[in-house]
Each structure stands twice: as C-alpha cells, then as structure tokens.
Design a protein around this ligand. Structure first.
Ligand code: DAH
Length: 328
C-alpha cells in the first residue's frame, strides 16, 4: 500500500468509530509504534526515507488531527448524555416542621388574625408567677392539681403557661392586653394523653367591659378556625383559683358531630380551662379590677393536635420514628 491508501483507510476507519475505546483501537492500528504508517515507512528502501520523510510526517500529523477531532466529538456526545436534562431527577427528601412547631404556628396565626400578640415567658419561673400570684396560696389544696417539678424551694418548671398572665400585666402596665402565650410546660405525668413536657397556649384579654360573651366568641372563633366550621364550644362550671367564675371548655365531638359516640361524652370533648380573671390576680398584676375585667384560657397544644388528627397516643408526637412523623 502506498501512503495515500493508508491515509484513506485510516480516515475511513476513524469515521466509523462510535466510542473512545473503538477510536483508540483504530488509532493504535495506524499510528501505533508498529502501526500501518510506521510499517510503511520501515519497509522503504534506505535512500527513499529522506525523500519521503516530510510527506510521511505530514500524513501522520493530518491523520492525528482527524483522530483528535473525532475524539472531541465522541466526548462531547458522551458528556451531553451525562447531563441529559430530560432524565427525571432524584427528588431530595424534604423535611417538614415538627408537628408541634407546625401546630404552634397555626394556633399563633389564628389568634393573630383577631389581634392577639404571641408572647413567650419563662418556662422556669418563681413560685410567685406560677402559683402564689395566681391566687394559689402555699398550703392550698389546689397545688395538688398539678404535679409540679420543683427546681428549688421557690423555683418551678412551669406547670402551666398561666405564669405569663402576671408577667404580661407587668410588661404592658395598662390594658388593653391581648396576649397569646405559647410555651413549654411540665408535669409529673406520663400516659397515653400526657407527656411530662408539653405545650400550652394561654390567652389573656383584659380591657374595659370584658365579659363571658367575649370568651365564648373567641373560643368559638378558635375552634372553628382550627378544627372546622361546624365546631363550637360550651362552658361547663369548674374551679380554678385564678379565675372567677371558672369553666371547663368543651368542644363538639368531631366524630359524631355532637350526637354522642365512643370517643366523647354525650357529643362533647374536653378542650381545657378558662374563666374570668380573678380580681386578686388583676390586683397582683397592678391592674384595677374596678376599672378593668378580662378572661383567660389555657389549653394544650398536644391535646388539640391529637384531637384534630385523631392521634391515639400523645406520646407518639415525640417519637423519633420517621414512620410516624412522615405521616404528617
Ligand atoms: N392553667 C390551667 C391548667 O393548666 C388552665 C387554665 C384554666 C388557664 C383557666 C387559664 C384559665 O388561663 O383561665 O390547668
């Protein structure tokens, strides 16, 4: 074969190469140490070599450039395949807020719409704010209602968010007060409806001429926005030291719609405590009970969340099991 034929064959071979390894094989066949080009040159008579040297080198260089071009083309095609934008992507797993964080945000949003302001007060507080200032004297049996954790003689892990009432009165100095205090609370209790650490949302509204109808209105507003349009509350007489009168608030059962079923008591479920702020508590907060009146309520975040989602065991809320958490 002459040099022209070798070049022609080499070019033809290269154009058929589909992959880099095929191209390498062809390149070796022609440009390799013992490849077609060199074999051709080696078998030339001695005197021919200097004469053909330049042409020979040129032919090799030309072919070498063709190989390079082909290689760029194949690599370009392969990398284009790597970045194929039409291949469906792998979705990164996106987390979500913890159930309680989500519930707190939702509850806050509902109350903010009607002008309550989210507040936070200490979750470890003195006996004064958590009990005595709320009209619960030291030896009063009402202290047994709450299985309080004591940090020292005078300091407790707050068993309710009601400690925020006096602190809010002190902070605001003067009504109107419209607070929603949401925080951690602690009690020595654990079973399917209790965890030793839980959350409460404490509403407090103090102004001139506030009466029970305002409490009923706000209660109905909340349950209708949190649980659903068809829900409503009722007040059941109760006793708390810091309210007079005091009530237990019930909500119509979401399962039977108030007809009576296994889940509820005659169509009602217990939501939590409420009442008209006791004059002594107003006084302790520096507010004149002759001028102002107010209502308060304290309900459990875990409790409303469990009621809304039909959770059978409140403790599951604090599970780290993703099989549970991913259901929300
Ligand atoms: N602090 C009470 C508890 O944890 C709940 C409560 C009842 C809060 C009546 C109030 C209220 O603000 O007025 O059991």
């Amino acid at each position: 074969m002459n040099l022209k034929d070798i070049s022609k064959q080499a070019t033809a071979g290269t154009t058929t190469a589909g992959t880099i390894s095929e191209l390498k094989e062809i390149e070796t066949k022609y440009l390799g140490r013992h490849g077609e080009f060199n074999q051709y040159f080696d078998q030339l008579p001695k005197e021919e070599k200097p004469k053909q040297g330049a042409t020979f080198n040129l032919a090799k260089q030309k072919y070498s450039a063709e190989v390079q071009k082909k290689s760029d083309e194949i690599i370009g095609r392969e990398s284009a395949r790597e970045f194929d934008v039409t291949v469906p992507g792998i979705l990164p797993s996106i987390g979500h807020l913890h159930l309680i964080t989500g519930a707190i945000e939702e509850i806050t949003g509902i109350f903010e719409k009607i002008g309550f302001i989210r507040r936070r007060y200490p979750e470890i507080d003195t006996d004064w704010y958590a009990a005595e200032g709320l009209n619960i004297p030291k030896d009063h049996p009402a202290r047994d209602d709450q299985e309080t954790f004591y940090v020292s003689d005078n300091v407790v892990l707050t068993p309710h968010t009601s400690n925020g009432q006096l602190r809010e009165m002190e902070a605001m100095k003067k009504p109107p007060i419209k607070m929603i205090n949401i925080g951690k609370t602690y009690r020595r209790q654990i079973d399917i409806s209790h965890t030793p650490m839980f959350h409460q949302f404490e509403g407090l509204l103090i102004d001139k001429n506030i009466d029970i109808t305002h409490l009923i209105g706000v209660g109905n507003y909340f349950v209708q926005h949190y649980f659903g349009r068809d829900r409503r509350i009722r007040l059941r007489p109760h006793h708390f030291q810091f309210t007079e009168p005091s009530f237990e608030i019930d909500i119509t059962c979401g399962v039977c719609g108030g007809l009576d079923c296994r889940l509820c008591k005659a169509g009602w479920l217990e939501l939590g405590g409420a009442g008209m702020v006791h004059p002594t508590v107003l006084k302790n907060g520096g507010i004149d009970p002759k001028k102002y009146s107010g209502f308060a309520f304290g309900w459990g975040v875990e409790r409303v969340l469990a009621m809304k989602n039909n959770l059978p065991d409140i403790r599951n809320i604090y599970s780290t099991d993703l099989r549970i958490l991913n259901q929300f």
